[in-house]
Write a protein that binds this ligand. Structure first.
Ligand SMILES: NC(=O)c1ccc[n+]([C@@H]2O[C@H](COP(=O)([O-])OP(=O)(O)OC[C@H]3O[C@@H](n4cnc5c(N)ncnc54)[C@H](O)[C@@H]3O)[C@@H](O)[C@H]2O)c1
Length: 376
């Protein structure tokens, strides 16, 4: 089988290393980073000699696919350039930084027929996958409400070690609203199969942290889905709170799940049952239901589990390579990427207009031009 040649842009892309190395017939042949020191450090680590500071130069090489792990504002311009050059794309989160970009990205994936995969690794953690299987098996009854919370004080990465401002101070914390929502939306949407977010409203307590940037001291975005379900998505990168980037809660008609919040805590579930009527429900450990875990997570090797984000950084690469091999768009396709990213982009409009209710466009193949707008 012909080897799939991969080019990586941005050092965060090295998180895919273990996954790529474990898969046969894949080789990393090029590395790109604007910063020469980062470039050489990363390329030495991977052992590649094709090194590029300019992304478009890497596209002139014979790579079949690129992993885009540069800052958020580079994702769409680089993805479009890659698709135009006939390369498959795996893009870091979020998909883009403006609504116009998202519409353009969808058009290019359709036009050039290459694979686009959204690298939302948080959906690949064993707990999220286990709850997904339990939802499918009907243990929670009909899910109707979920919460996803991303608490990550990023004060220390708003500047680089050399004292210069990092891209995060403008493209993330220079923005109002829920600028980084997909680590929360992605996992909870796994539990609402066949549904999509159709409308949002974003609330904020205002700015209470003396960082000198525009970002709110946390925002809460209420999302309504097409099937009438409700999601509560909180992102807070400002407040005084220990890191808790993957808190989730699911409520169904027969039971619920709450993820752990700190080291000694545990993931828990509770169900109505003969021995536990609704007024006397008890918590059980999620790990007691591990039989429901899909095989590839159940039998993951220690190495896979340690790939980062609970093994997520391994399995996401496997799905990307399979999509490229089968020439079939993955579940985390461009439309999913745009829907989840749009929640964040439009939350800024909502929060600056007194939590105004905003519709999320229905991103899909051949979406008509008259729908490529923000409806006010
Ligand atoms: N999925 C996750 O869990 C996760 C975690 C961290 C970061 N991220 C995402 O990864 C991306 C990178 O984040 P980071 O924390 O590594 O940022 P960073 O600032 O630490 O690193 C970005 C790198 O990209 C390089 N770069 C900047 N512009 C470039 C360009 N035009 N062409 C080539 N290289 C360029 C920089 O020199 C730098 O080495 C972001 O999109 C971020 O949202 C995702």
């Amino acid at each position: 089988m012909k080897k799939i040649k991969i080019g990586i842009a941005g050092t965060r892309g090295l998180s895919t290393l273990m996954g790529l190395k474990a898969i046969e017939d894949v080789e990393i042949t090029a590395m790109c980073d604007l910063d020469e020191t980062h470039l050489n450090e990363a390329a030495d680590k991977i052992g590649v000699s094709n090194r590029y500071r300019v992304f478009d130069d890497m596209l002139e090489s014979d790579v079949d696919a690129v992993i885009i792990a540069t800052p958020m504002q580079c994702h769409v311009p680089q993805a479009i350039a890659a698709l135009e050059a006939g390369k498959h794309v795996m893009s870091e989160v979020t998909a883009g930084v403006s609504m116009d970009e998202l519409f353009w990205l969808c058009e290019c994936v359709e036009k050039y027929g290459k694979i686009y995969m959204y690298a939302e690794n948080y959906i690949y953690t064993p707990e999220v996958q286990l709850v997904k299987s339990m939802v499918r098996a009907g243990l929670f009854g009909e899910p109707y409400y979920a919460e996803g919370m991303y608490m990550h004080n990023i004060g220390s990465i708003l500047t680089y070690p050399n004292g210069k401002r990092s891209w995060r101070s403008y493209w993330q914390c220079g923005k109002r609203g829920n600028f980084y929502p997909t680590h929360s939306i992605g996992p909870v949407m796994q539990w609402f199969p066949g549904d999509r977010i159709t409308e949002i409203s974003t609330f904020s307590p205002g700015v209470w942290n003396d960082v000198g940037l525009k970002q709110d001291s946390g925002t809460t975005t209420m999302c309504r889905t097409e099937k009438g379900k409700l999601l509560n998505i909180r992102t807070d990168c400002m407040s005084a709170h220990p890191h808790n980037m993957d808190f989730y809660h699911l409520q169904g008609t027969l039971g619920c799940y709450r993820s752990k919040t700190h080291g000694s805590d545990f993931h828990r579930v509770s169900f109505i049952g003969e021995d536990s009527p609704i007024h006397a429900m008890q918590w059980k450990k999620l790990e007691d239901f591990e039989d429901y875990l899909p095989d590839r997570f159940k039998y993951a090797t220690e190495e896979q589990k340690h790939a980062g984000h609970g093994g997520g950084d391994f399995f996401i690469v496997e799905d990307f390579i399979n999509a490229v091999r089968d020439n079939k768009q993955p579940d985390l396709d461009v439309y999913t990427a745009c829907e989840w990213t749009a929640v964040g982009l439009l939350s800024a409009l909502s929060v600056t207009n007194n939590a105004k209710h905003i519709e999320i466009p229905h991103f899909r193949k051949n979406m008509p031009l008259e729908e490529k707008i923000v409806k006010l």
